[in-house]
Write a protein that binds this ligand. Structure first.
Ligand code: FES
Length: 573
């Protein structure tokens, strides 16, 4: 540390006055020696551990390992909890609380005597929420992703967590799975600590932070229970102390180039559509100009290299043994900004020069990719004036250009009531339209866009249909699913005016999503429309409804975009 560099924590611990006494004395009830307050960088270990977030259940132990590293390097670790979001448990949807968790992270960091931050993350929203919060403070920050579970195993099959859920109805109807089978499968797909081991949203987020340069190299794919994950956690603890001494703030790493790299990598790994909404929100916090259109312009020409479920064959454990994300980054060299700097002080190109691929069936080469153009397509048209998204690698080729009759569900409850009604007028050429699942309307934009097909069509062997909504889709799901329609139906987007029997055209190649209804007729429908009542009148949910932005902006709250920095001029007195 340069002699003139003053630690931020000095303002709390460095003074020999009344307040210096107060700040030090109470902390010393935990038995810290006095030299801990004498110029050691204070590292906040921001922990999303919670028994209600099963994917992060092992992070309590991990915090201890990070602390070892911090102490190795001469720092002073202090662990603190933040709101944790358990994807499979929370109602109505964790996405409603992503911004709350980001607020909690931001204010917990800013208000405390911290010089550097390690974010311990895992389940889907725990990565973007903490990164968003940390960006608004902009201290040196490093992410330790908790790692995926071991591969799921049941009845001789390799099962992907998350992905199997979407098959339960089909397995029961078509493969005669019994209730006992399903009960046994529950634990077969959750064999160890860690997050979903498909290339679902959690794995996508882990790859995102590695591609952004926010982790030590190779962090994303190491399984949660592999001892090498703990080595990474300890080394991360050592490194964050150095980062404080080097003044390596988040904004030095999160440049426009880093965001472009993340989009390229996400396309090559076949990452979740949720990547878009979270990366847009993170860019909004750190002040990088990123738009929905960038995801298509930068990502859609990138080849698919990683053969992982939900659209491929393998799981994260296989990905790690094949060489993990470093192999992908090396293969993508010609598409990346290789000199983008990462948390270890070296560039992404320097970090990933020499990895070896041990299984080309899991990670393909750039010369022989699994698919020529992956990435996410951004659609435009009168049905989605501000855009909508589709993941072509998860869609059915034949449906990518299709014109079909709309079968409309006004709410998710309406869908559940009628979808399996034998009298429902629907066939495989129809387009399922679901309204009321956007950021304000639901509220919280749940992962319901990939609704199950009607039972009568599943029995006929129909595997996919076009589904359109203002909601999101789990990264573990697949299908020809148009998501994130913006503006959403609850604020009077065109989606609100679609009626049963209207014709809808989807043309992914030409990026078009069109409702074949005349402007005059749409005007009439708009005039007759009344906005739905907000789903909450008080509390955080009301605040969220009043301030959340539309999907094409990342669904952050307007008052949370940007940052307030790390300075707090007033003491507690
Ligand atoms: Fe936590 Fe899938 S439910 S990562």
């Amino acid at each position: 540390m340069s002699s003139e560099m003053k630690l931020r924590s000095y303002d709390w611990f460095g003074k020999n006055d009344k307040m210096g006494f107060v700040h030090r004395s109470w902390l010393r009830n935990q038995g810290y020696p006095s030299d801990y307050f004498n110029g050691r960088p204070v590292i906040g270990i921001c922990n999303t551990w919670s028994e209600l977030t099963p994917c992060n259940g092992h992070l309590r132990d991990f915090a201890e390992v990070v602390k070892r590293g911090v102490i190795d390097a001469g720092g002073f670790p202090l662990e603190f909890p933040v709101t944790s979001l358990g994807e499979t448990i929370m109602r109505p949807t964790t996405m409603l609380f992503r911004n709350l968790a980001a607020m909690d992270t931001e204010e917990s960091i800013r208000a405390n005597p911290l010089d550097g931050i390690v974010l311990l993350t895992g389940c889907d929203k725990t990565t973007p929420s903490t990164v968003m919060g940390a960006c608004s403070v902009d201290l040196p920050t490093l992410v330790v992703p908790g790692g995926p579970m071991l591969n799921g195993r049941f009845k001789g099959e390799c099962l992907g967590s998350g992905s199997f859920n979407w098959m339960v109805k089909e397995k029961t109807l078509v493969e005669n799975y019994t209730a006992e089978d399903i009960l046994e499968a529950e634990i077969g797909v959750a064999r160890s600590a860690g997050h979903c081991m498909t290339m679902g949203t959690a794995s996508t987020m882990a790859c995102m932070v590695e591609a952004l340069g926010l982790t030590l190299p190779g962090a994303a794919a190491i399984p949660a229970v592999d001892s090498r994950k703990k080595v990474l956690a300890q080394l991360s603890g050592r490194r964050i102390v150095e980062m404080v001494k080097e003044g390596m703030k988040l904004s030095k790493i999160l440049t426009r180039q880093a965001f472009e790299n993340a989009i390229v990598v996400n396309a090559a790994v076949g990452g979740s559509t949720n990547f878009i909404i979270h990366l847009l929100a993170i860019a909004g916090r750190i002040g990088v100009d990123l738009s929905l259109e960038d995801f298509d312009a930068i990502g859609s020409k990138i080849p698919l290299l990683v053969n992982l479920k939900p659209s491929g064959k393998y799981l994260m454990e296989d990905f790690y043994y094949a060489g993990g994300l470093p192999v992908v980054i090396k293969e993508l060299k010609k598409y990346l900004y290789n000199d983008a700097i990462t948390v270890n002080g070296r560039s992404i190109g320097e970090n990933n020069q020499a990895p070896v691929c041990y299984n080309q069936d899991v990670i393909a080469t750039i010369e022989k990719p699994l698919q020529e153009k992956a990435g996410i397509a951004v659609l435009k048209g009168n049905l989605c004036e501000q855009g909508a998204v589709i993941k072509p690698s998860a869609a059915t080729k034949e449906l990518m250009k299709h014109r079909g009759r709309a079968v409309v569900f006004e709410t998710i409850e309406d869908y559940h009531t009628r979808i399996d009604d034998p009298g429902l007028d629907i066939d495989e050429t129809c387009v399922i339209v679901l309204k009321g699942v956007g950021p304000k309307g639901y509220p919280g934009m749940p992962e319901v866009g990939n609704v199950d097909l009607p039972e009568k069509l599943l029995r006929k062997g129909v595997k996919d249909m076009i589904r359109i909504s203002d909601g999101r889709m789990s990264g573990t799901a697949a299908g020809t699913v148009v998501l994130h329609v913006s503006p959403e139906s609850a604020v009077g987007g065109t989606l609100a005016f679609v009626k049963d029997g209207d014709m809808i055209e989807l043309d992914v190649e030409n990026r078009r999503l069109q409702l074949d209804v005349s402007d005059e007729e749409l005007k009439k429908r708009r005039e007759a429309w009344t906005a739905p009542q907000p789903m909450a009148t008080r509390g955080y949910v009301r605040l969220y409804i009043d301030h959340v932005q539309q999907a094409h902006l990342g669904a952050d709250m307007d008052v949370l975009r940007g940052g307030s920095g790390s300075e707090v001029t007033r003491d507690l007195h």
